[in-house]
Write a protein that binds this ligand. Structure first.
Ligand code: NIG
Ligand code: FE
Length: 395
């Protein structure tokens, strides 16, 4: 198989402390990476690089692992510009807006939904995202949820069944009946397309008992839990996530000390989604408190038309550094290795021998520029599975 060296890297983030300095980022200055097929086979200092068939000189730019966006809702139609506008004039966010997107999504064709997913994915890839998770949750009938997952599965392996996003408007007077549907026929129709099961455990959506019923039913069908937890207020979501060994508890904006301790003592990743706080003008989650307690933190976009209509991980990194108490190093780790941990993956989120060759060349000498130069398109090129899928802009 052909080998390719990426050379003249000013600073390489490996996320493997054994390869670089002993920090969690495993930084190597003046580095090279060697790729064979879809894998990384060597990383180290340029001067020690082995001979290869091809070489690509990145001209003294920084290289980081491709972003792992472990939380998005991309199977939808329409948008909610008016709702956003109203919020920016003082109206509060509520889970009820989801109904607007449910109506638009049900009315869309498969082709429209698939084209939307492809469009937001291309947008995300251009900004350095090489792996993404996405969910159903805007169909809320057996057929519409199964269709959303079928479409999602054409674009990614990380597919999540979120039939329990809100109680379907068709069951407004019978929430228990809706939980029976989600845990019965809807789950049967959806499980073949999904790896994960999720529930929006929040006032206005599902309470702790309902959330437990959904997650345990999913687990019995081979789906692994993840939970939308503690976004809008305190509640049982985080504790439930930890108790059921969910891969992640997502949002984590309103946490008690007991919630923080539970996360810190578990394998459940706290996934923070600052795009949601930005777009709903809500108080930021406290990443510092989670990190100081020893929790594993991931950063993702939550890309959806209601509460966070951004596909940009660099934007989330900048917010996390400015407003959530993270250092630039921590934010970068959380948006790469943290996302991989939230998906229980060890083949992505790092640039080390054996890992998938997913990497981003930045138009900057260091990853710190992602927060230092917010809003600037710093992604120079993107490699996924060993192929250059985003080429440098002509200069
Ligand atoms: O993660 N919290 C629940 N779901 C989405 C919001 C969906 C919407 O408002 O359409 C979220 O923020
Ligand atoms: Fe979400």
């Amino acid at each position: 198989m052909t080998t390719t060296a990426i050379t003249h890297i000013s600073a390489l983030v490996t996320n493997d402390p054994s390869l670089g300095d002993s920090s969690p980022l495993g930084l190597i200055q003046d580095a090279a990476v060697v790729i064979e097929g879809d894998r990384v086979v060597w990383t180290g200092e340029s001067s020690k690089a082995p001979a290869t068939d091809n070489a690509v000189d990145v001209g003294g730019r920084a290289v980081i692992p491709g972003f792992v966006d472990s939380h998005s809702h991309l199977v939808f139609a329409g948008d909610r510009t008016q709702e956003f506008n109203a919020r920016m004039s003082g109206r509060a966010y509520s889970a009820g807006g989801i109904r607007t997107t449910v109506a638009a999504t049900r009315a869309a064709t498969d082709e429209e939904l698939s084209a939307n997913v492809a469009r937001y994915l291309a947008e995300a890839l251009r900004q350095g995202t090489t792996t993404f998770e996405t969910k159903s949750g805007y169909g809320l009938t057996v057929e519409d949820e199964a269709r959303a997952l079928r479409i999602a599965a054409r674009h990614t392996d990380e597919v999540t069944f979120l039939g329990a996003h809100i109680v379907s408007p068709d069951y407004a007077d019978d929430p228990a009946g809706y939980v029976d549907l989600v845990t019965g026929p809807m789950l049967d129709a959806c499980a073949p397309y999904a790896r994960w099961i999720d529930v929006f455990c929040e006032k206005g959506a599902f309470d702790g008992d309902q959330a437990r019923a959904v997650l345990t039913a999913g687990r019995a069908k081979g789906l692994h839990p993840r939970v939308h937890a503690n976004q809008l207020g305190h509640g049982p979501g985080v504790q439930l996530a930890v108790e059921l060994d969910a891969a992640s508890a997502d949002h984590c904006t309103h946490l008690t000390d007991a919630d923080v301790d539970a996360l810190a003592q578990s394998e459940t990743v706290a996934t923070l989604l600052p795009g949601a706080e930005f777009s709903t003008r809500a108080a930021w989650p406290d990443a510092r408190r989670l990190l100081d307690a020893g929790a594993t933190v991931a950063l993702s976009t939550d890309c959806n038309p209601g509460s966070s209509f951004t596909s940009s991980v660099p934007f989330c990194v900048a917010l996390a550094v400015r407003d959530m108490g993270m250092t630039p190093d921590e934010a970068l780790w959380s948006a790469t290795a943290g996302g991989a941990a939230a998906l229980r993956r060890d083949d992505i989120g790092r640039i080390a021998p054996g890992a998938r060759a997913d990497l981003v060349v930045l138009d900057a000498p260091s990853h710190v520029h992602l927060a230092y130069r917010p809003g600037v398109p710093l992604v120079h090129e993107v490699w996924r599975r060993g192929e250059r899928v985003v080429a440098p802009r002509p200069s």
